[in-house]
Each structure stands twice: as C-alpha cells, then as structure tokens.
Design a binder for this molecule. Sequence first.
Ligand code: C2E
Ligand code: MG
Ligand code: MG
Ligand code: MG
Length: 275
Amino acid sequence: RAKNGRGEHICYYQPGMDENARTRRQLATELRHAIERDEFHLVYQPQHAVQSGAVIGYEALLRWVHPKRGLVSPDEFIPIAEETGSIYAIGEWVLREAAREAAQWDPDLKIAVNLSPVQLQQADLVQTITDILVDAGLPPRRLELEITESAIIGDRTRALHLLRQIKALGVGIAMDDFGTGYSSLDTLQAFPFDKIKIDKSFVLKAVSNHQATAIVRAVLALGRSLEIPVLAEGVETEEQLAMLVREGCTEAQGYYYGRPRRLKPEQAPVVTEHG
Ligand code: C2E
Ligand code: MG
Ligand code: MG
Ligand code: MG
C-alpha cells in the first residue's frame, strides 16, 4: 500500500484481487503503448486448396513480444484490448500492416485478417478499410475479413448493413470458428458470408471422435447447400486431411501445411504446390 500527498492510503489492489486481475490491468496499460514501442508483428499461416495442394492465401495472426514477458498469446491480450478499447488502434494497425505486405505478394494470393467484434462498433470502419486498401494499393478482392459469430449477436440489422457495405467494397467475409459459440443456421443464410471456417476443435478431434466427425460432415454439407466454400482449420496430420478429403472438404489450414511464420520482404510468397 502507498500513501498519497495527503497521507491517505491508496489501494493499488484490493486484498483478494488476484494476481490474474493485476496482470490484466498491467497488460491493459502496456497495450496502449505497444504500437508506438513497435512490440507487434504479424505472422502468416498458409491456406491451401486441398485438391491441388496449392496455397490460396495467408491468414495474418498478431504477435505481441512484451519487453519482460516475451511472447504473449493473442488469446490472452486481444480480450483485454477489446475491454479497454485499445483494439481499435491495434486492429487498424493489423489491417494496414497486412495490406501493405500482401500488396507485395503474388496477386493470386489472398490475405485473411481477423476482425474483432468490437471493431464492428467503430463508426468509420468502412472508410478506414477503404483508405487502407487505397494506401496499400491492394485490390479489395484480395482481402478477406474473418469474423466470429459473436460479432453479429445484438443489433443484427446494423451488423447486416455493415457487412453489406464491406462486401460492396469487394472485400470478402469469412465466418471464423464455426461450430463454437452461438452458431445458428439462420445467421449463415441471412448474412453474406464468402467462406465458413470449421473450428479447429472439431478438426483436431475428428479422426478419433465420431461426434466431431459428424459435425465436420454437417458443416461441409451445409456449405455445399448454401454454396459457401468451407475451410477446415487446425489440420495437423495426414489422417485428418484424409478424413476431410473423404468428406469433400476443399480448403484447409493447419500445422500439417505450415505454421504461422514471419515473412521477410525477400520471401514474398508465390503460388507453390505443397509437398
Ligand atoms: P483464429 O483466428 O481462429 O486463428 C487460428 C489459431 O489457431 C491461431 O492461433 C493459429 O496459430 C492456430 N492454429 C493454426 N493451425 C493450427 C493447428 O494445426 N493446430 C493448432 N492446435 N492450432 C493451430 P493464434 O495465432 O494463437 O491466435 C488465436 C486467436 O487470436 C485467433 O484465432 C484470433 O481469434 C485471435 N487473433 C489473432 N490475431 C488477431 C488479430 O490480428 N486481430 C484479432 N481481432 N484477433 C486476432
Ligand atoms: Mg481467424
Ligand atoms: Mg478460427
Ligand atoms: Mg479462434
């Protein structure tokens, strides 16, 4: 405990407030300076066409190298950035950086960027995306934004309007982590998705677990009937890939193909076959 100028005790933490909460508060403060301190970078994970094995694009994934803690997982810091509002600046940094890099790549390659549900609340989001594409010289059709279904709970009319505006730019929209959370079939047919990403939890279990296989099969059938391409994430083994091929999956991503990695400018990706 510390004293302020008037001799009163200031409580920096409540007795009982756990380590966890203090860590989060500290990370929240440090996140506000992470951009200017150059602590973020992006790694890229390839997405493949299953039939040919060709790379069709890359997903940008954010990394924070904290000066003392080292690498902090986005699963830990993104929720904090969402709570404190830092996500607006961070999300814009990610988009700008990913667009700038992807503009150097083979023009057949897409770049997928995760968009936080909170970013959909940003009043000038559509204008921001437009400006970033123009500044980077990236054709809109090469950008795909990944959102989870939690982005469209709440004011669905507003969300639908916004996603339509984004689509009108020519930018694609993927539903990420499908099968977890609030997934409803109604959302898939009401919203203009260009891709469904089956959550990795099902793909990882699917070889050994019949329920998980049934879910993968059902999502693939759904994609076929709604005519929305389905990508399986979290493909780690040949067995998992074989199962996906058997079930008619056309696109996949995962450690089997490649881990997310940093790209140096001289390693700008070109379209290559896997294997
Ligand atoms: P996500 O968008 O669903 O990304 C997939 C996650 O699965 C990534 O974790 C990726 O590294 C991991 N992954 C890929 N292949 C495999 C595999 O074969 N096996 C396993 N076990 N995991 C695999 P990561 O990079 O830690 O990101 C976690 C989550 O953090 C992302 O899930 C996304 O929700 C969020 N995130 C990451 N970058 C950003 C960002 O720039 N903005 C926002 N808003 N969220 C981000
Ligand atoms: Mg994603
Ligand atoms: Mg995902
Ligand atoms: Mg996820």
